[in-house]
Write a protein that binds this ligand. Structure first.
Ligand SMILES: Cc1cc2nc3c(=O)[nH]c(=O)nc-3n(C[C@H](O)[C@H](O)[C@H](O)COP(=O)(O)OP(=O)(O)OC[C@H]3O[C@@H](n4cnc5c(N)ncnc54)[C@H](O)[C@@H]3O)c2cc1C
Length: 346
């Protein structure tokens, strides 16, 4: 590496890889350290909903960041596709929130009223219209449904394939199977394994607080929040929009693979699959899309969402250390805006 400021990015998930790429585009020489392989943790497991409509309950800086990141997504994907040559399954398909009891319907309408005031659009759709959108959805017992036209989906695994290529093309030096255990901050630099960097960005997801630091206060806590997802093979078009009912959601990839989720479990770093949780997910998904009852579950997987008390995104105590973790359920959505924020603060 020669010429220009030098930075280390720790963690090669969607957040670290997007930060590394964007910084390299602005002339930084980047060393990206990954303890395993790029994009094999939460960013591999994520469903890929880009859904301010499903996530935002009130006006807040987090809500603004979600909406802003959603607005950046089309251009982010287009640039990744153009520069990597990888096809990315990205669809601005919208989402439908379903209510099967009057109470659920009242809650959905109240949330939508708040969301409208912060620019998240939705509109009521009738059962007849619902079936033209989504022919297999259960309408029996339906109390109401809202369509969110601006929600979208993306395949995070394809995003990660593309990020690896664009990072390499942009000169990012990727070191896989290279965990960073300690960062020593002194004299305005961050030293890792005896080498000084002008800046270091911690984007190590659920593992972030395990990195020891000296010269600055220890890093704020991070916590793995395990989630199960299940997959089915169904003809394409069976689920053309995201379907949501409470904490259950369904979406279909361009390959036909239908994904249903999800659980949120405090189980430490354990990734084991629980047949009982997979069974519960299938029952909940079948209540929305009855056609699933006859289908075998084709795949089950888990991932560790990066939980934290709050999203950490920015400079740590005026030092050359930057934090980019705690994205919990929304790291796929928040990747473009998170990288933009870090680059702006540099
Ligand atoms: C079941 C499930 C469903 C989800 N669905 C969605 C969704 O629909 N939409 C959405 O926006 N988000 C979703 N998410 C959340 C999203 O996947 C995460 O928020 C996002 O992937 C976090 O990205 P990250 O880069 O911070 O973390 P990760 O992808 O976990 O990357 C962190 C990386 O850091 C590496 N690392 C850790 N410690 C070190 C170290 N000491 N040195 C070097 N490297 C290290 C890890 O190996 C890992 O590769 C979902 C997550 C799960 C589990």
């Amino acid at each position: 590496m020669s010429g220009g400021p030098v930075a280390a990015v720790i963690g090669g998930g969607i957040i670290g890889s997007t930060v590394a790429w964007r910084m390299a585009q602005r002339g930084w020489r980047i060393a990206l350290f990954e303890k395993g392989e790029l994009g094999n943790e939460a960013s591999w497991a994520g469903a890929g909903m880009l859904s301010p409509g499903g996530e935002v309950e009130e006006r807040s800086p987090f809500a603004d960041l979600c909406r802003h990141s959603r607005s950046l997504y089309g251009a982010y994907v287009e640039e990744l596709v153009c520069k990597s040559g990888i096809t990315i399954d990205y669809r601005e398909c919208g989402a439908i929130d379903l209510a099967y009891t009057p109470v659920e319907w009242t809650l959905l309408q109240a949330r939508a009223a708040v969301q409208q005031t912060i620019g998240i659009r939705s509109r009521e759709i009738s059962p007849a219209r619902l079936q033209t959108f989504s022919p297999y959805v259960r309408t029996e017992g339906l109390a109401g449904a809202l369509f969110y036209p601006d929600d979208a989906i993306v395949d995070p695994r394809e995003i990660m394939q593309a990020l690896r290529i664009v990072c390499v093309k942009q000169g990012v030096e990727i070191s896989e199977h290279t965990p960073v255990e300690h960062i020593d901050v002194r004299s305005g630099q961050a030293e890792i394994n005896g080498r000084p960097y002008d800046a270091a960005i911690v984007a190590a997801g659920a593992w972030s607080d395990r990195i020891e630091v000296s010269g600055v206060p220890s890093l704020p806590a991070s916590e793995p929040l395990k989630g199960h997802l299940i997959g089915f093979d169904l003809q394409l078009g069976a689920c053309p929009t995201i379907l949501r009912h409470g904490h259950t959601y369904l979406l279909q990839r361009g390959t036909g693979r239908l994904i249903a989720g999800s659980s949120v479990e405090h189980a430490g770093f354990d990734r084991q699959i629980s047949p009982s949780i997979a069974g519960q997910l299938k029952r909940k998904a079948t209540a929305v899309l009855p056609v699933l009852e006859k289908l075998e579950t084709a795949d089950v997987w888990t991932g560790l969402r990066p939980g934290a008390q709050q999203l950490h995104l920015g400079r740590w105590h005026g030092s050359p250390l930057f934090l980019a973790y705690g994205h919990f359920r929304n790291g796929i959505l928040l990747a473009p805006a998170s990288a933009e924020r870090i680059v702006a603060e540099m």
